[in-house]
Design a protein around this ligand. Sequence first.
Ligand code: HEM
Length: 240
Amino acid sequence: MAEVAAPPVPAEPRIRRAPLLPTWIAKAVMAVTGLVFTSFVVVHMVGNLKVFSGAAYFDGYAAWLRTLLEPLVPPEGVLWALRVVLVVSLVAHVWCSVLLVRRSRASAGPHRRRTGLTASSFGARSMLLTGVVMLLFVVFHVLDMTTGTAPVATDSYESGSAYANLVASFSRPWVAAFYGVTMLLLAVHIAHGVRTAAGDLGVTGIKGRAVAAVVGGVAAVAVLVGNATIPLAVQAGWLS
Ligand code: HEM
């Protein structure tokens, strides 16, 4: 007797689970952590400019940062608190950016439309590139100026001699050029990032968006000009 084929079993409907982290929360996390970093970078730039007041003043400033709020908190207590905030912000910022890029690519599908290059699309597309460069920069920078780790730091690195370490580092033309180029990329990242962050945090309307664009632009130019002047001044021989 011929066997009767079993009727096909209907495929189980695929259940789409809600993402662990909703997109709006990931965007808000990126906005807040990005603003934390922007604030740090602006304050850090103002501190860096103290290098123009001489070695004693700059080294005194670096030492003062380590004694903030003493004796209420132990030596370097405030500095360590700041380091924790920065590392947590950085990890959250990078993690959410990877998550959002993946989601946006998945939702656009394989045949996504590619528009021409406009000023704002340049900023948006460059966020990933400038972000990755900034990540590499921070690693390089901490090895160079904070931990004094060879071969990134110079052979003359000495803990506690912030001024001499900075001048020795920027006396290497390739390092000065690297810092200059990175500050330009950082400015692009900040200008676009502050505008996007404002939107993601609910700033709407022509006036609100214009204010965000101006704040982002001013912060970007200040960080670029303030910071890039320092390696330039070392290369020009104004700081030695
Ligand atoms: C030309 C620009 C810059 C100069 C001259 C500069 C200078 C310095 C110096 C001298 C230190 C060591 C301070 C000390 O040990 O007392 C330092 C630390 C640091 N800088 Fe910069 N910096 C620049 C740009 C930046 C930028 C753009 C960022 C972030 C994107 C950054 C993030 C940091 C961090 C995270 C530390 C480590 C703080 C610590 O853990 O002690 N810096 N910088």
